[in-house]
Design a protein. Structure first.
Length: 343
C-alpha cells in the first residue's frame, strides 16, 4: 500500500458504515480483474482500477461492475500503482521492468521507464516519479515524459514505496532508512533500524512511522534526523501500513490479526481485538471502524475503541490487499483476481 498524505487515514475510511451496526452484508456483484491482486484499488474519474501479478491492469465501473478497459503491462504488478498528475504509474516487477505510465481513463500507455524490477508502488511529487528496485536502485523520472532524471544504487533491495517529504525522498532498504535529495538523489543521511521493514510507512508532516517485522513501530523526525519513539505491538511482524487517526491515535494490525491502538506520549499500546488466523496488508481504518481481511478470506468490520466485531463476511479466497470503501459500498480485492462489491 502507498502512504497516506498528512492528516488522513491509511487506506479507505469506513465512516459511512461504522456509524451503525450492520448484522450482515450482501454481495452485489463480482468482477474478474487478473490473477494475483495484492495491492490497493485506485479510484479515478468514477472508476476503480485493480492491478495484478498476472500483468493485468483493469478499470471497472463501481456501480455496475462493468469492465471499462483492461491492459496487460510488460511484467507482473506486485507492488501496485500510484495515481499522480493524470498518470497511473504502474510498478512492473521483472528484470526489464520499472515504471509504466498509463492514461487512467483509457489504459493507453503514455511512457515506460526501465530501471529494473520494481515491487513497490512508485512515489510521486515535484513533477517526478520515484521508484526502487530489488537490486537496490532508486531512480527519479519525469512525470510528463518518463525521462530518467537520476539514479543511485543502495547497498540492499528497496523495501517500500519511496516517500516524498519536504523536498526529500525517504526510502527503506531492508533494515536501513535512507533520506535522499529529491533533485539529484544524493544521500543526505541514513539510519540503521532494529529489523527489516514490514510494510509501507505512514507519514504526518515530517514524522515517519515505520512498521517493522520485529513487531515494533518507530517514529522518526525526518527533518530532525532522529528517532522520536518506538513501541512494541506484540511478537508478530507488522505487514500492514499503520493508520493515523486525526485525534492522534495510531492503529496497527500485525501478522497474527491482532488490532492495536496507541497514543504516543501516553500509555503503552493496547491490544483491542484478537481476530485469529493471519493477516498481511488488508487493513484500512478510521476512528469509527477498521476493515481487516485475513488470509483465509474472513473480512471483519471492527470498532477499534473496544474491539467489538460489527460484522464478519467469509470469502473462498485470501484477502491480501486493503479493502476499499467507495460511496456506500465496500470493494474487496481477492487474491485470485476477483473484486467483490458488498453492501
Amino acid at each position: 500500500m502507498t502512504p497516506a498524505p498528512p492528516g488522513r487515514f491509511v487506506g479507505a475510511t469506513t465512516d459511512s458504515l461504522a456509524n451503525r451496526t450492520l448484522p450482515a452484508v450482501a454481495e452485489l456483484w463480482r468482477v474478474e480483474t487478473g490473477r494475483g491482486v495484492t495491492s490497493p484499488l485506485i479510484e479515478h474519474g468514477g472508476l476503480l482500477i485493480a492491478t495484478a501479478t498476472s500483468r493485468d491492469v483493469t478499470a471497472f465501473d463501481p456501480e455496475t461492475g462493468q469492465r471499462i478497459w483492461q491492459r496487460r503491462v510488460s511484467g507482473p504488478v506486485i507492488g501496485g500503482a500510484t495515481l499522480h498528475a493524470g498518470r497511473l504509474l504502474v510498478a512492473v516487477g521483472d528484470d526489464d521492468g520499472g515504471i509504466q505510465a498509463l492514461d487512467p481513463a483509457s489504459g493507453t500507455t503514455l511512457w515506460t521507464s526501465s530501471i529494473g524490477s520494481v515491487i513497490h508502488a512508485p512515489g510521486a511529487a515535484y513533477g517526478r516519479a520515484f521508484a526502487g528496485t530489488e537490486m537496490g536502485v532508486v531512480a527519479s523520472v519525469d512525470i510528463e515524459s518518463g525521462a530518467e532524471m537520476w539514479r543511485i544504487r543502495l547497498s540492499r533491495p528497496v523495501s517500500s514505496t519511496p516517500l516524498p517529504i519536504d523536498g526529500q525522498i525517504v526510502v527503506t532498504a531492508e533494515d536501513t532508512l535512507y533520506v535522499l535529495a529529491a533533485e539529484n538523489g544524493l544521500i543526505r543521511w541514513r539510519m540503521p533500524l532494529a529489523a527489516h521493514v514490514g510494510a509501507a510507512p505512514a507519514a504526518r508532516g515530517d514524522t515517519l512511522y515505520l512498521p517493522l517485522r520485529s513487531g515494533e513501530l518507530i517514529a522518526i523526525a525526518v527533518n530532525g534526523r532522529r528517532e522520536l519513539w518506538r513501541a512494541s505491538f506484540g511478537d508478530h511482524p507488522i505487514l500492514a501500513t499503520p493508520a493515523l487517526a486525526p485525534d492522534g491515535a495510531i492503529y496497527v494490525l500485525n501478522r497474527a490479526a491482532e488490532l492495536w491502538r496507541f497514543r504516543p506520549g501516553g500509555a503503552a499500546p493496547v491490544r483491542v481485538a484478537e481476530l485469529g488466523g493471519a493477516a498481511t496488508a488488508a487493513f484500512s481504518a478510521s476512528e469509527n471502524g477498521a476493515l481487516v481481511g485475513r488470509v483465509d478470506g474472513a473480512l471483519f468490520l471492527v470498532r477499534p475503541e473496544d474491539g467489538e466485531i460489527l460484522w464478519r463476511h467469509d470469502f473462498d479466497d485470501a484477502i491480501r490487499a486493503p479493502v476499499a470503501v467507495h460511496g456506500n459500498a465496500i470493494f474487496v480485492p481477492l487474491l485470485r483476481g476477483t473484486v467483490v462489491k458488498l453492501r
